[in-house]
Design a protein around this ligand. Structure first.
Ligand code: GDP
Ligand code: IMO
Ligand code: MG
Length: 426
């Protein structure tokens, strides 16, 4: 069956994509990441083992699945080396032949993190609250047509000169930012030459690999990182990441035609979270928000930061449904809502007294909207680990039906706990 699927985050990331991709990938030949970098933290629970993947696709625990890191990803080679070694240890096998990295990935260098820290500091209150992984500055260099790529690592003769030129330019920028340090290119040249050797066995033209697989009728799952509201074009700019997290990024990020993306599934929590700065209309800053954080263990998988928590944001999810033309939605962490007697569900935004008909472009407007809630009935019983739709209490079924009717798409999976088994296929 030639049926390829994109799995994307509907909200501001951390929707539980890792768990869902791991489960779905059993039916695919390949899982490919198309954007982002090690800012992502995708949790996959197998048995009682918890694995957090940052760069490696969440299909890696399925033995027959090939995993691809496409050219749209920005790569910190040291992060890849550490992560691949950790997984090799867990699986007791080498990843060569199973993990493929594009020779066109742009590289994250140590100066990207330094620059990011300097810029965030300058922004003060208006800082983005990034993951400090150097993601934004690396994508800036890509779009500015300066960046180094994986293929540059493969040519150790010319590498020092290329790094030297880039470091000189970065030092000029840091000087302008009145940053107290400068960067020494020599240790970077040494370490990056070593990293190049270490990852060489994974490096190929992944676009050729994927197109060959497609021609041979193999099925590919495209794994999104972050979420639609963090997409650089369609998210809550400037409080976004620097890549195309929505389904549109699949084609450019992997070097395959959009014709091959046959369907798109969105993953969303039954409520909403966000890490970092930026508008969040349904955020609950008091007891319910705190309860969501505690019950949902809402601390970042990558940075450990407490996640901001709030109610399901209908208008934002409806917008993400349109942007991705979602065929269906997977709702995760519904068990986190178990204790609430009433569950507010945001159905509209009001701005200056009038209901908004569109998701606003301006972050200042989104920050000022007043959410209009419909209060839904809670179930106040534990549904953690439920595996069948029929075993859900009526109020939980009603909550999911309401959400599905609101978005006008089916809910095809419901996650009731972190492990593979704690899942309902609707
Ligand atoms: P991702 O970035 O979208 O892959 O999501 P993260 O892994 O960053 O965050 C999701 C967190 O929720 C992880 O700790 C998961 O183990 C956990 N999780 C996923 N699904 C469920 C669920 O249905 N219920 C509960 N309680 N936790 C879940
Ligand atoms: P996964 O794939 C949640 C957020 C950061 C910050 C903004 C920009 O696990 O869902 P960046 O470091 O990317 O420049 O930060 O984006 N962010 C995420 N939030 N989940 C993620 O990934 C995220 N990746 C980046 O917190 O607000
Ligand atoms: Mg995450």
């Amino acid at each position: 069956m030639k049926n390829n699927l994109a799995v994307v985050g509907v909200q501001w990331g951390d929707e539980g994509k890792g768990k869902i991709v791991d489960i779905l990938s059993e039916e695919f030949d390949c899982v490919a990441r198309y954007q982002g970098g090690h800012n992502a933290g995708h949790t996959v629970n197998i048995g009682n083992q918890r694995h957090v993947l940052h760069l490696i696709p969440s299909g890696i625990f399925q033995p027959r699945v090939k995993c691809v890191i496409g050219g749209g990803v920005v790569l910190d080679p040291l992060a890849l080396i550490e992560e691949s070694q950790a997984i090799e240890k867990i699986l007791s096998i080498g990843l060569e032949g199973r993990l493929f990295v594009s020779n066109r990935c742009h590289l994250i260098l140590p100066y990207h993190r330094v620059l990011e820290a300097a810029v965030e500091k300058q922004l003060g209150e208006r800082r983005i609250g990034t993951t400090s992984r150097g993601i934004g500055p690396a994508y800036e260099d890509k779009m500015g047509r300066r960046g180094l790529r994986v293929c540059d690592l493969m040519d150790t003769e010319t590498l020092p000169e290329k790094i030297g030129e880039l470091v000189a330019e970065k030092n000029r920028t840091l000087e302008a930012l009145k940053y107290p340090q400068t960067i020494d290119p020599a240790p970077i040249c040494d370490s990056y030459a070593r990293y190049g050797k270490a990852i060489k066995g994974y490096v190929v033209n992944t676009s050729v690999l994927l197109n060959t697989m497609l021609r041979d009728g193999k099925r590919i799952l495209f794994e999104g990182a972050q979420g639609t509201l963090l997409d650089v074009d369609h998210g809550t700019f400037p409080y976004v990441t620097s890549s195309s997290a929505a389904a549109g990024g699949v084609s450019t990020g992997l070097g395959i035609s959009p014709k091959y993306v046959h369907s798109v599934i969105g993953v969303s929590k039954a409520y909403t979270t966000r890490v970092g700065g930026g508008p969040f209309p349904t955020e609950s800053l008091d007891a319910p928000g705190e309860l969501l954080r505690t019950r949902g263990n809402e601390y970042g998988s990558t940075t450990g930061r407490p996640r901001r928590c709030g109610w399901f944001d209908g208008p934002a999810a409806r917008y993400a449904t349109m942007i991705n033309a979602l065929d269906s939605i997977v709702i995760t962490k519904i068990d986190v809502l178990d204790t609430f007697a009433q569950i507010p569900f945001c159905v509209d935004y009001k701005y200056k007294g009038a209901v908004l008909t569109e998701f606003p472009a301006d972050a200042a407007i989104l920050g000022d909207v007043e959410p209009v809630y419909k209060t839904l009935r809670g179930w106040q019983t534990s549904i953690a680990g439920t595996k069948e739709w029929g075993k859900l209490p009526a109020a939980a079924q009603d909550y999911l039906k309401f959400l599905s009717d609101y978005l006008e798409i089916p809910v095809t999976m419901v996650s009731t706990g972190p492990s593979r088994e704690e899942t309902i296929r609707v």
